[in-house]
Design a protein around this ligand. Structure first.
Ligand SMILES: C[S@@+](CC[C@H](N)C(=O)[O-])C[C@H]1O[C@@H](n2cnc3c(N)ncnc32)[C@H](O)[C@@H]1O
Length: 307
């Protein structure tokens, strides 16, 4: 029997990542993938957990690509990188729970039950943000902002300034563990990054061979998140037209998407997916153990590949 592999967390801790769904999804992907194309890669959770001979990651957000590039460069000596980040954290006076308890935070915990880290880190975080906005070539500062920022998000205003507030999070042992896993994945695999293209331009710019697989994890039309602002019905139709075209050319792909969420149904997806193979993905982690809670959403994996 094959040993069950644990799921690897991306060090970008990306909102809407596929980390929790990977145990289900990876069984639905083909085996013996040559090149795995991760078209809407975000934090890269899918690539990190799928076995393939090589990987190509793309996302329209060039800051995401910059962060992957930066972390790949650090992968040569990840311990040195973690050490240098600890020094930077101390320089700014941010909390660092990886190295142990801090009395001031323990006292804050008693009063501010859900916001103790953000209370402690607010001022140093704002200094860090100001420094990064003065010189955005310092990607290590962007990575630190991502770790200490609200929900680990990456958000810039229309003027190109990073504008996310501090979050109730800090650098704990999970951050270093995720960095080590990512570095090990880079060391053992061939991973290429795109220049941060729109999905259609990216897919049409690649040459496919037998055994390649393209994975699509677009923003969901019917849920809310910051990157969903880029998505609308026209984008949804454009994506499905591309998937049809790939199918006509015998290229295999898989798509993750949300069929319904609360009162909303993605009817475009519902009708279009009829002609392909569909798998239900269980994303109701809490309600699974309590039948009295009505299932509020349904995720699908749609593919043109017959396992
Ligand atoms: C659901 S997230 C992907 C999450 C990712 N699979 C993970 O596990 O971390 C969707 C991603 O699509 C990207 N995106 C939005 N519009 C895009 C477009 N037109 N072309 C390519 N990527 C796009 C967003 O920046 C976001 O990172």
């Amino acid at each position: 029997m094959k040993k069950a592999q644990r799921t690897i967390r991306s060090p970008l801790f990306y909102v809407g990542d596929k980390y929790k769904l990977m145990p289900q999804l990876k069984n639905l992907f083909p085996q013996n993938i040559k090149t795995f194309y991760d078209v809407f890669c975000g934090g890269g959770s899918a690539s990190l957990n799928i076995v393939a001979e090589s990987y190509v990651l793309n996302d329209i957000n060039d800051k995401i690509i910059e962060l992957h590039q930066f972390l790949q460069e650090q992968a040569n000596d990840i311990e040195q990188f973690i050490e240098s980040m600890h020094k930077l954290i101390n320089k700014y006076g941010l909390s660092l729970s990886e190295i142990g308890k801090n009395n001031e935070i323990e006292n804050l915990k008693k009063v501010h039950i859900k916001t103790y880290f953000s209370k402690y880190n607010k001022e140093p975080y704002m200094n860090l943000r100001t420094d990064y906005n003065k010189n955005q070539s310092k990607t290590e500062l962007l990575y630190l902002l991502l770790i200490y920022g609200f929900n680990h998000m990456i958000r810039f205003n229309a003027q190109g300034q990073f504008n996310l507030p501090v979050g109730n999070v800090d650098w704990n042992k999970n951050v270093s563990a995720a960095l080590r896993n990512y570095a090990s994945w880079i060391a053992h695999n061939t991973v290429k990054l795109s220049k941060g293209l729109d999905f259609e331009a990216f897919v049409l710019s690649q040459t496919y061979k037998k055994g390649d697989f393209i994975y699509f994890d677009p923003p969901y039309l019917i849920t809310f998140s910051d990157y969903n602002k880029l998505w609308n019905e026209a984008e949804e139709y454009r994506l499905y037209a591309l998937l049809d075209k790939l199918s006509d050319n015998g290229i295999y792909w898989g798509l993750s998407n949300m069929l319904y969420h609360k009162e909303k149904t993605n009817t475009i997806l519902k009708h279009w997916a009829e002609k392909y193979i569909k798998y239900d993905i269980d994303s109701n982690y809490i309600s699974r153990f309590d039948n009295s809670i009505k299932k509020q959403s349904k995720e699908l994996f749609v593919t043109n590949y017959n396992r």
